[in-house]
Design a protein. Structure first.
Lengths: 268, 264
C-alpha cells in the first residue's frame, strides 16, 4: 500500500487546517493594510476581565461536572453487566439532542415567567432573577457537557482490574479507603480527558452565555463572534482574541498532559 | 448504600431528562405559555411542517451532512492507509495536524475557515453556501474518520495485503478483498460519527454558511427572537428520532453480544 494514497488528504489538511490557522495568526499581527502590528494583540488586554470570567465560569462548571459525574461513573461501573450498557445509554442519550435545544429548554424553565418562578409564585415567593445570571450560565454548561465527563471517567473505571480492588480489600482497606487509594488514582486519566472535553467547549461557548447569561455575562466566545459576525466587525481583533483563546486552551492541555504522564509513570 | 446510589442515579437522570420532558409537554400546549397547560393541541406540529424555512433548512442540513460525511469517509480512509505506512516522524506531524480540529475550540475552527473562505471568495468570485459549508464540515469530520480507522490497522495482520497479492490479487483487488473488510468496522463507525457531527453542528456552520441556513442555525435564530412552541414541537420530533436511533443501535449491539455469549 502506497503512501501516495494519502496525498489528497495531506493537501486538504494543509489548505483547510494549517492555512486557516496561519491566517488567524496573520490577521492577529497585521492591520487592515497588511502591515505588521502588535496593536490588536495588545488590545485584547482590554478584555482581561472577560477572559478571566470565561476561565472562571468554565472552571467552576468543570469542577461541578466532576463532582456530579464521578459518583455516576462509579455507580454505573458496579451495575450488573447485562444492564450496564442500557443504563449507560440512558445516561448518554440527552447528549444526542442538539445542544441549542437543550439550552433553550433551560431558557423556558428559568425565565421570569418560567416554570420555577411560577411554582415559587404559588407560595407568594419571587419572581427571582434566575435567567441572565452567571449561575444560569454555569448551569447551562454543566447540563450541556455533563455526559462528556461521565463517559471518559466511566470508561476508565470499568477497565480497572477487579483483582486490584480485591487485593486492597484483602490487605485490610475499607471500601472508602479503596476508592480513595486505588480507584481514584487509577481513574485520573479519565478525569483528565473529561476535563478537556468539558472545559474547552465551556470556555469557548457563545451560545450558552447568550441564551442564559443575557447581555451582561459575555464570554470570550461572544467577543470573538461579535468581531466576525456581530455589530463590531473587526476580524483583526477577532483573530487576536482567537489566538489568545487557543493559547489558553493549549496551556491547559499541556498542564493536564503533565498530570497524565505522572499518573502513568506512577502506575508503571 | 445500594439504595443511596440508586437514588443518586435517579436524581442525575431527573436533572438530565426533566428539561427535555418540559419541552415535550409544552409542545402540546394550546397557548404559548411555558408554565400553564391550557389544553392539548397538535397545532404547533402542523405549523412546524408548514414552516418553509424550517423544512428548507432541514433539507440543507441533510444535503450537507450526506455530502460531507461521504467525502470525508473516502478522504479519511485513503488518508488512514497512507498514514499507516508512513515513517514515524511524518506520521507524527500528520497526526498532530489531524488532531487540530478536535483539540481546537470549535469557534476557532469556524473563524479560521471563515477567514480562509472570505479570502478566496473575494479572489475567485464564489459565495458562501453549500460549498463552504461542505468543505468546513469535511474539515472537522475527516479527523474522526481517520481516528476510527487507525486502530483497525493495528489489529490487522500487517502481512495480509502481501499475502493477498501473493495469492494472485492485483494491488487494487488485494485492497478491496483483504484490507477493506478488516478495517470496515472503523470505516462505518467513522462515517456514522462524521454524519452525526455534521447533522448536529452549529458553531462551524454558523461562521461558514453565509445565507444558507442549516437546521441548527434556524433553531438558533428562532431562539433569538422569542420563545415559540414550534421549537418545542421540533425538539420533540428530534428527541423521538434520537431515542429510536440510539435504542435500535443498542439493541443490535446487545444482540451481537448475546450471540457471542458475552451476556445472557
Amino acid at each position: 500500500m502506497k503512501r501516495i494514497i494519502s496525498m489528497p488528504y495531506l493537501l486538504f489538511s494543509a489548505v483547510f487546517i494549517v492555512v486557516p490557522l496561519l491566517m488567524v495568526a496573520y490577521f492577529a499581527f497585521t492591520d487592515g493594510d497588511g502591515n505588521f502590528t502588535m496593536q490588536y494583540v495588545a488590545n485584547v488586554a482590554q478584555y482581561t476581565n472577560i477572559f478571566i470570567r470565561s476561565v472562571w465560569l468554565a472552571a467552576v462548571a468543570t469542577v461541578v461536572c466532576i463532582i456530579i459525574a464521578y459518583p455516576v461513573a462509579m455507580i454505573l461501573s458496579r451495575i450488573d453487566v447485562s444492564y450496564q450498557s442500557t443504563v449507560l445509554m440512558i445516561v448518554m442519550l440527552p447528549m444526542w439532542m442538539n445542544f441549542l435545544l437543550r439550552t433553550y429548554a433551560w431558557m423556558t424553565i428559568l425565565g421570569n415567567n418560567g416554570l420555577i418562578n411560577s411554582f415559587l409564585g404559588l407560595f407568594g415567593l419571587g419572581p427571582y432573577r434566575l435567567l441572565n445570571t452567571q449561575g444560569a450560565v454555569i448551569l447551562g454548561m454543566v447540563y450541556d457537557y455533563l455526559p462528556f465527563m461521565i463517559l471518559p471517567v466511566y470508561n476508565v473505571i470499568v477497565k480497572i482490574d477487579k483483582s486490584i480492588i480485591d487485593a486492597a480489600h484483602d490487605l485490610g482497606c475499607s471500601s472508602f479507603k479503596t476508592v480513595v487509594k486505588i480507584v481514584m488514582p487509577l481513574s485520573l486519566p479519565g478525569v483528565m480527558s473529561g476535563i478537556t472535553m468539558v472545559f474547552v467547549p465551556a470556555i469557548s461557548t457563545f451560545i450558552i452565555s447568550r441564551m442564559l447569561g443575557g447581555g451582561g455575562n459575555l464570554l470570550i466566545g461572544d467577543l470573538i463572534e461579535m468581531q466576525f459576525l456581530g455589530n463590531s466587525y473587526n476580524p483583526n481583533l477577532g483573530a487576536a482574541m482567537s489566538l489568545v483563546l487557543m493559547v489558553i486552551v493549549l496551556l491547559i492541555m499541556v498542564i493536564l498532559n503533565q498530570f497524565d504522564d505522572d499518573v502513568d509513570s506512577v502506575l508503571m | 448504600m445500594k439504595k443511596l446510589s440508586k437514588l443518586y442515579l435517579a436524581l442525575v437522570m431527573l436533572f438530565l431528562y426533566a428539561p427535555i420532558f418540559v419541552l415535550i409537554v409544552f409542545s402540546f400546549n394550546t397557548t404559548k405559555s411555558h408554565t400553564i397547560l391550557s389544553g392539548f393541541t397538535f397545532d404547533w406540529y402542523i405549523r412546524l411542517f408548514n414552516n418553509r424555512l424550517i423544512m428548507s433548512s432541514l433539507l440543507n442540513t441533510i444535503i450537507v451532512a450526506v455530502a460531507a460525511s461521504v467525502c470525508s469517509t473516502i478522504l479519511g480512509t485513503a488518508a488512514a492507509i497512507g498514514i499507516n505506512n508512513m515513517k514515524k516522524l511524518p506520521r507524527t506531524v500528520v497526526m498532530n495536524v489531524t488532531n487540530m480540529p478536535i483539540i481546537n475550540p470549535e469557534i476557532v475552527t469556524g473563524v479560521s475557515l471563515m477567514l480562509l473562505f472570505v479570502f478566496f471568495a473575494a479572489r475567485m468570485h464564489f459565495e458562501f453556501g453549500y460549498v463552504t459549508l461542505i468543505l468546513a464540515h469535511i474539515t472537522f469530520d475527516v479527523p474522526y474518520v481517520i481516528l476510527n480507522i487507525m486502530p483497525k490497522f493495528r489489529q490487522m495482520d500487517p502481512n495480509l495485503y502481501e499475502a493477498a497479492q501473493d495469492l494472485g490479487c492485483g494491488p487494487v483487488s488485494a485492497f478491496f478483498k483483504a484490507v477493506l473488510p478488516e478495517i470496515m468496522p472503523g470505516v462505518v463507525s467513522g462515517f456514522l460519527m462524521a454524519f452525526t457531527f455534521s447533522l448536529d453542528d452549529f458553531v462551524v456552520s454558523y461562521f461558514t454558511s453565509g445565507t444558507t441556513q442549516t437546521l441548527p442555525i434556524t433553531i438558533y435564530s428562532m431562539t433569538r427572537r422569542k420563545i415559540s412552541p414550534e421549537i418545542n414541537a421540533l425538539s420533540t420530533i428530534i428527541f423521538i428520532v434520537v431515542v429510536v436511533v440510539i435504542v435500535t443501535k443498542n439493541l443490535i449491539e446487545r444482540r451481537n453480544l448475546r450471540r457471542r455469549g458475552v451476556i445472557k
